[in-house]
Design a protein around this ligand. Sequence first.
Ligand SMILES: [Zn+2]
Length: 265
Amino acid sequence: MPYLILAAVLGSIVLVGVLAIVLAIVLAAKKKGQRPPDDVPYTVGGPVPQSYAKRRGEAGESAVNELLGKDEDGVRYVFPDYLIAWENGSAEIDHILVEERGVFVIETKTYAGTVYGSEEEREWRCVTRGGNVHTFYNPLMQSRKHAEVIRRILPKAVPVYPLVVFADGDISSLNCPFVFSLPLLKGAIASFPAGKLDRGEIRGVARGIAEAQGGITKEEHAARVQRRTRMIELGVCPLCGCRLERCDGGMRCSSYPKCKFVKKN
Ligand SMILES: [Zn+2]
């Protein structure tokens, strides 16, 4: 009888031992199967991924689009993402608005942070909350260039106004005319003198702008910008192919004044 009890006790011990080993193996296997998550968020305050910046930009442009409203025959025409061939290159304009006050050429910017700059400064800065500084080309200068391109295709009497709208970002430190935040854009447009164009003229101007647009794709635009930059880097005039020479504050075409190409530093 004592042998039987001893056998039962020993059996139980062995059984518990085996169960413990099996449990340890199962737990180890389960732990091995767990992996760190792949979608680790990017560092706060670090560089914003390109796709995110692009989405921001697109959201800003669609907000402006919504604000400008729908086309209305003889009253208002809006041209978003307007591409036009120009000086052996091309210009991409975020929005053109045609209405009774004239033509508004609008450059949309979307930046997260505080924007600093002035009318004369070539480079503007955006400082993020994390302290990162991003510099970009003065958007009013950019918009003025675009307005010049549009002026050339329209009768001289049509007023063309370059504007800049910030769909995001703090621009309260800016001291620059013709630059507005999104909520102020409509009021800004309304502050220009009304009644400059009648319904027929509005239609005519819009037709002229629509006809000048044709025949260039986004890819062609990008290729033209690249070609133009490369020609200037090589010291070749992108307008006529002549040699470029140094002049006060930049480069100009050696066949000046016959060719008017000038590139400011
Ligand atoms: Zn030239």
